[in-house]
Design a protein around this ligand. Structure first.
Ligand code: HAM
Length: 472
């Protein structure tokens, strides 16, 4: 490397990788509020939190989400995980194998086992968490607990999509899953009711709930419909764009998802799945809708809502919110009976959803509901050594009482200190000079109106406590 290149390297500024971003204060306060509300609301519905790994075997997602889906075929961050020399040595030690004088395995079975352990595995950053929850359900024998098991999670997910407003490569989800027990439509309705209660509590305005049923994978239900749809699509193939043309063969249902303007009129003429559901799925769907009405949950039916993951059956739903542009889905979910079994567990019912936290935050901010009260409660403007000792004590007492307090580390002239207090958006300035300390009367200035009052230390603390809203 030339000197010039080395210098340039040294001065290189680092940036967050494309599609990732830093979450900064004061926005992070809104993130915390949104998450705290989820903890509170979900626990009133009997959900417990589950923590999951950020990476899992690639095969888990391929099997659960589907190898042909966009998520698995194009969007995963996958890495080969080759065992290190130390790990291989540990494996050998574990195996307690016998070796010939030339250093070869004596038993062919040992050799086979070692080759298996030596295998390079592909792992992926999780693009979603439903697959992991099902894996954990199986791994921890949760079918032995009282059913259903209700779990929720929050955290980052990773998809290598083209970044744009509301679409990131590292994004955050708050999700919930109900596993085991019955597939009673009341479960579908209650999980949706919980979601809408949550959105209401968090202050999301203008959310619209769309629902659909995509039946189950049988000839007299979805499979029959897909054959029908495929035949209808073949007839209009030359009017469709290249993506939809390809999907006629790979996954005809996904054509219904198309947002291409030129395809909308054609899609409107295609057969509807609701007319092809088997009797059981039809009854289930009707009862989900009735149960939503009983709960006072408003919905709109959308026959084109098929979702982009393979594990769904029967109920699917999505929620859109204003202020998000093209990426307006803040939540997606649905029923996935059979997924646990597909991953090697017992036959198990399942339903759940995931909220896009980034989009929820964006929508709250756009509607002005994401305003976070900024600034400190009290800025302590001190001058003089005695005053500093009193200021440290006051800061400690006020912080213990739950106030946010700024105590400048260096002495400042009062004028400068008050300017600083203003800049930080402080509500009060506590003015402490050596005079105030020797008199035992402290000055409290309300910065909004400039009024001042002199109070003893205990009265001042009491006064501030009385001003603090009960919610804080
Ligand atoms: P999903 O529809 O792929 O479903 O994602 C759920 C939500 O995550 C979306 O509605 C959206 O708000 C958000 N989201 C997805 N991709 C991005 C992205 N690149 N940037 C920002 N936000 C994004 C699932 O993930 C299923 N696991 C949901 C589920 C749980 N179904 C049953 N249980």
């Amino acid at each position: 490397m030339s000197d010039a290149t080395a210098k340039k390297e040294e001065r290189r500024k680092f940036h967050a990788i494309k599609g990732t971003r830093d979450l900064l204060p004061p926005d992070t306060e809104l993130w915390n509020r949104v998450e705290q509300t989820a903890h509170e609301v979900f626990s009133t519905f009997g959900f417990g939190e589950i923590g999951l790994p950020i990476f899992e075997p690639t095969d888990l997602f391929a099997r659960a989400v589907g190898g042909e889906t966009d998520i698995v075929s194009k969007e995963m961050f996958s890495f080969p995980l080759r065992p290190t020399t130390e790990e291989l040595a540990d494996e050998l030690f574990d195996m307690d194998a016998e070796f010939s004088p030339a250093g070869n395995f004596v038993s062919p079975e040992d050799e086979r086992q070692f080759q298996e352990r030596k295998r390079t595995e592909s792992i992926s950053l999780r693009p979603e968490a439903t697959a992991s929850v099902c894996r954990a359900y199986i791994e921890h024998n949760m079918q032995q607990q009282p059913q259903p098991v209700k779990l929720y999670y929050m955290g980052p997910m990773f998809r290598r999509e083209r970044p744009q407003k509301g679409r990131y490569r590292q994004f955050y989800q708050i999700g919930a899953e109900i596993l085991g027990g019955t597939d009673a439509p009341a479960i579908d309705a209650e999980v949706i009711e919980m979601l809408m209660t949550y959105f209401d509590k968090v202050g999301l305005q203008g959310a619209t709930l769309y629902i659909n049923s995509i039946g189950h994978n049988a000839e007299n239900c979805r499979r029959g419909y897909v054959a029908n749809l495929k035949a209808a699509l073949e007839k209009v193939k030359d009017k469709l764009g290249p993506d939809s043309q390809r999907r006629i063969d790979t996954n005809p249902l996904r054509v219904l998802d198309s947002k291409l303007e030129s395809e909308q009129a054609i899609i409107a003429t295609l057969p509807h799945i609701t007319d092809h559901l088997c009797d059981e799925c039809k009854t289930h769907y009707a009862e989900v809708k009735r149960q939503l009405q009983v709960r006072g949950v408003l919905y709109q039916e959308n026959w084109r809502l098929v979702r982009g993951l393979d594990y769904y059956m029967r109920t699917t739903f999505e929620i859109t919110a204003p202020g998000l542009g093209a990426q307006n889905a803040v939540c997606g979910g649905g029923r996935y009976d059979g997924l646990v079994e597909l991953l090697g567990g017992p036959p198990t019912k399942g339903i759940g959803f995931a909220i896009g936290e980034d989009r929820l935050i964006l929508s709250l901010q756009e509607s002005g509901k994401g305003q976070i009260q900024q600034g400190r409660d009290v800025y302590i403007a001190w001058m003089g050594e005695h005053a500093y000792a009193a200021a440290i004590r006051a800061a400690k007492d006020l912080r213990n009482a739950g106030f946010s307090v700024e105590l400048p580390p260096l002495e400042q002239k009062f004028g400068k200190a008050l300017g600083q207090a203003d800049k930080l958006g402080a509500k009060y300035a506590l003015i402490l000079g050596d005079n105030e300390v020797s008199e035992g009367l402290w000055t409290l200035k309300t910065l909004a109106d400039g009024t001042q009052q002199k109070l003893t230390e205990p009265d001042l603390l009491q006064f501030l406590r009385d001003q603090k809203p009960a919610s804080q």
